[in-house]
Ligand binder design. Structure first.
Ligand code: AMP
Length: 360
């Protein structure tokens, strides 16, 4: 089976690494000459709106999936005429736009921060008056890793801020005084079967994920699965869908969804019986889903900007390096490591050892 992937970054690369043993081949559509997934399949180097290359992709593959959600809607609509596309155009349309996403949470009774649609500075001023400060202004689309957003704490932060974010449609959200951030990686098959990985506790710095620790019997697991299940059903979703939640007042507020494999699920490559990457491919290909059970304690640490020496990472017990083969650049995700252990105390020591390499 040949899978077409829109985007050729590290998520595409890890999809190919998971799918190759299943007998799958891959073609990546990505305009970047140095797309890091390219060595693992065919690289169609073209813009996402290039209809000739989209048609070529559709003719060559059995189905198309995505490794990022900011794909133009027209690209998805065009491809869908010729080849099955998972997740669907409708799921992408909702997940890529914070207004549609949060409106869906509200309709489904999934708690989410108070929010307002912002089309102008006047809208922002009015929304700040009703939601109050602090609040967070985010572009409706194309934001990632803390980009395209600003925390507003005082009147001075509000003045001129709509223009500062590019005068594009935005969302104002009430600031959530969360005690933690957790994510739930879910997978839904073509026949509707749904499975969930254990909740992951995430730590961000400067808007970028640094550390994900898979939980054991998290008290909010059932609640998270209930909320995620409503969304998966509503979207008639096929594939992996990641949910990011704020932990607040002993409950959860949904922050956002990502219609793809997710950074906070990378630990599943070594830490779960079947990884998020393999399960995404199983789902879109119409295969039975694999087990989402953990195989021990595990955590994932991102390498931002550069990857430490391979020898030093390999010297840490049960530590698994993933070097994405990307050029090193400040603020860029260029690799990660997963540490595994039978117990939490050892896991904490392994995390500290990797952190020491990152800081060194
Ligand atoms: P996002 O791009 O929406 O995932 O936001 C990036 C990070 O900003 C989140 O992981 C939180 O740490 C923080 N953040 C986003 N929205 C809020 C909010 N409404 N209240 C408090 N912190 C937020």
């Amino acid at each position: 089976m040949k899978i077409g992937v829109i985007g050729g970054g590290q998520l595409g690369r890890m999809l190919a690494l998971a799918g190759t043993p299943l007998g799958m081949n891959f073609a990546f559509l990505d305009p970047a000459p140095d797309a890091c997934a390219a060595p693992l399949g065919e690289h169609l180097r073209a813009d996402y709106g290039d209809q000739d290359h989209l048609r070529q992709l559709a003719d060559e593959v059995d189905l198309v999936t995505f490794e990022f959600e900011s794909v133009p809607a027209e690209t998805v609509a065009f491809l869908s005429q010729f080849v099955p596309v998972y997740p669907s155009a409708d799921a992408l349309r909702i997940a890529r736009d914070r207004w549609f996403e949060k409106s869906m949470f509200k309709d489904l009774g999934v708690p989410t921060p108070t929010f307002a649609d912002i089309q102008s500075q006047a809208d922002l001023d009015a929304a700040v008056a009703s939601i109050g400060l602090p609040a967070v202004l985010k572009t409706r689309t194309l934001g990632y890793d803390g980009k395209g957003q600003k925390v507003l704490r005082s009147a001075a932060d509000v003045a001129g801020t709509f223009a500062e974010l590019g005068s594009v449609p935005c969302l104002l959200e009430g600031f959530v005084p969360f005690t933690g951030e957790v994510s739930l990686i879910a997978v839904r098959a073509r026949d509707g079967e749904t499975r969930f990985y254990p909740l992951v506790h995430n730590t961000h710095e400067t808007g970028i994920l640094r550390l994900s620790v898979a939980s054991t019997a998290h008290p909010l697991q059932g609640l998270a699965e209930d909320y995620a299940g409503r969304v998966l059903e509503k979207l008639d979703y096929v594939g992996v869908l990641a949910f990011e939640f704020f932990e607040v007042d002993g409950g959860l507020k949904a922050n956002e969804i990502a219609p793809r494999v997710h950074n906070s699920g990378h630990w599943t490559i070594e830490g779960a019986e079947c990884s998020q990457f393999e399960n995404h491919l199983r789902a879109v290909a119409g295969l039975p889903l694999g087990s989402t059970a953990k195989v021990g304690e595990s955590a994932m640490l991102n390498f931002i900007g550069e990857v430490p020496s391979v020898a030093q990472v390999a010297a840490i017990d049960d530590c698994h390096l993933h070097h994405y083969g990307k050029a090193f650049k400040v603020g860029r995700k260029v690799g990660h490591a997963t540490v595994r252990s039978a117990d939490r105390a050892t896991l904490q020591r392994q995390i500290a050892e990797v952190q020491a390499l990152i800081e060194g």
